[in-house]
Ligand binder design. Structure first.
Ligand code: GLN
Length: 483
């Protein structure tokens, strides 16, 4: 049962082969049995899950249908869930029970999805390895000595290990696509503004975007359908109709123009990954796609710009965690300053503190123009590169990451080495574009992802290309041994 995709579950539930309650019990037992190896969950919500499953079964018995009605999922632990701990992977919020549901959580619940739990993540979504979580590192089910990627590493490891079919995640600089690549999943970061950020604890507000992590493009379409849409509670949500994503999956790729940026294949890319990416290009050519060489000349400036903008926004967003209103508070403060200092010093981990300091520095009066303003200018150049490219091509294709998943601990002493691994993913966040990562093969037994980028609001096109590719390849069906 645990091998089923969301699409298969929807068919099975509709045909009354099993109930959502039965399926939920199987998966909860599987999580209890296998997750100790992975550490992919921060909280299990067994009671809520069984209640939601029974309610979904009752709705089906009353004649309702829907792809998510009775479908088991989990939420990355930065989506607020009413009455349930929402920790953001931090000691700071270990005692925080959200007083309301995030829009994404409420929408999926209304569609009948069943919440099995809250998944582990890098603290405040800062990281690429899921090692900065206060709840401990998450292990990659493909090799327990390797990282699953981050910051949505818990969602990725759980779905890859078949603990559940799909999960929500967020992507500020790659945190959906990179863990998807590292664990052989399909992950989609939507256009900025497509999915509401209301109730999603902010890291860098102008870059954060929620999206689905699943094993197939077909399942990402189902989950995105339940997440996307205008929300008046989010001032950057865009009032644009949500298309039927599943209906877009079967369009022919005949004549689709795919741009391959030459900058993606420079030094730094593992040549074995380059070869797999070229194989995926050949596969898409067989399906009728036309390949064009393109250039994104400002790509080289994206990492420095991102690592100024994201910490700057984080330093501002995280100032609300002061030990006064909610979150961790130190014992016996001497005075107000001592309360702030010790509560924040105790509540935040090293990487979060580093980024708050970098961000506050970049925003300070003497350095604002030199760093923050400069980074915003680079951001515009990165966007302009994409706009020029999309005048000529329909999709941009390349690797999701320069290397496969690294060993646990391998980059802990050198944060910049980890930042450099974001080179292919962060440009989409800087420009606000949608991006998808899908399985493209293995290097030394570790999964490799190919990334597709599309113009604004063309999530359907990304899902279409990925689905057609998955109808003709079987990388996405591979299962890690032991799971
Ligand atoms: N690795 C990037 C960072 O640490 C991206 C994280 C994310 O997308 N949340 O900022």
């Amino acid at each position: 049962m645990h091998q089923m995709t969301l699409a298969e579950i929807a068919r099975g539930l509709a045909d009354k082969k099993f109930s959502s309650e039965e399926l939920t019990k199987v998966l909860l037992a599987r999580i209890t049995q296998l997750d100790p190896q992975l550490n992919s969950f921060i909280s299990l919500t067994e009671e809520l899950a069984l209640e939601q499953a029974k309610a979904a079964d009752a709705r089906r018995a009353n004649g309702e249908s829907g792809a998510l009605l009775g479908a088991p999922i989990a939420h990355k632990d930065l989506f607020c869930t009413q009455g349930i701990r929402t920790s953001c992977g931090s000691k700071m919020l270990d005692n925080f029970k959200a007083p309301y549901d995030a829009t994404v959580v409420a929408k999926l619940a209304a569609a009948g999805a069943v919440t099995l739990g809250k998944t582990n993540m890098d603290e405040f979504a800062m990281g690429s390895a899921n090692e900065s979580s206060w709840y401990g590192a998450v292990k990659n089910p493909w090799d327990l000595e390797h990282v699953p990627g981050g910051s949505s590493g818990g969602s990725a490891a759980a779905v890859a290990a078949r603990l559940l079919p799909a999960a929500t995640a967020t992507d500020t600089g790659g945190s959906i696509r990179q863990p998807a690549a590292f664990t052989n999943l399909t992950g989609l970061k939507p256009t900025y503004g497509r999915v509401s950020r209301w109730g999603m604890i902010a890291y860098a507000s102008s870059l954060d975007q929620g999206g689905p992590l699943a094993r197939t493009a077909e399942d990402c379409a189902i989950l995105l359908q339940g997440m996307a849409g205008f929300d008046q509670n989010d001032s950057t949500s865009i009032d644009e109709p949500v298309p039927d994503y599943s209906a877009s999956l079967n369009t022919s790729l005949q004549g689709l123009r795919i741009g391959v940026p030459k900058e993606y294949f420079s030094a730094g890319l593992d040549p074995r990954i380059a070869e797999l990416i070229h194989n995926s290009i050949k596969e898409l050519q067989k399906l009728g796609a036309v390949i064009k060489d393109i250039s994104l000349p400002n790509m080289q400036h994206a990492i420095p710009a991102y690592y100024v903008i994201a910490p700057a926004e984080a330093s501002s967003n995280l100032s609300r965690f002061d030990g006064v209103r909610f979150g961790h508070r130190c014992e016996h403060p001497k005075d107000l300053i001592d309360l702030y200092k010790r509560s924040r010093g105790e509540g935040f981990g090293t990487e979060v503190q580093r980024r708050i300091m970098v961000g506050a520095y970049a925003l300070s009066a003497g350095y604002y123009d030199a760093y923050y303003l400069k980074a915003q200018k680079i951001r515009r150049l990165v966007k302009n590169d994409f706009m020029a490219a999309f005048n000529e091509v329909d999709i941009i294709l390349g690797p999701t990451t320069p290397n496969p998943a690294w060993k646990l601990g391998a980059k802990n002493s050198d944060p910049v080495a980890a930042y450099l691994e974001d080179v292919y993913t962060i440009t989409a966040n800087l420009a606000g574009l949608p991006g998808l990562s899908m399985p493209a093969g293995f290097v030394d037994g570790l999964p490799v992802g190919v990334q597709l980028l599309a113009p604004y609001f063309q999530e359907g096109r990304l899902l279409n290309v990925a689905h057609q590719y998955q109808l003709n390849t079987d990388w996405h069906t591979r299962t890690p041994t032991g799971f």
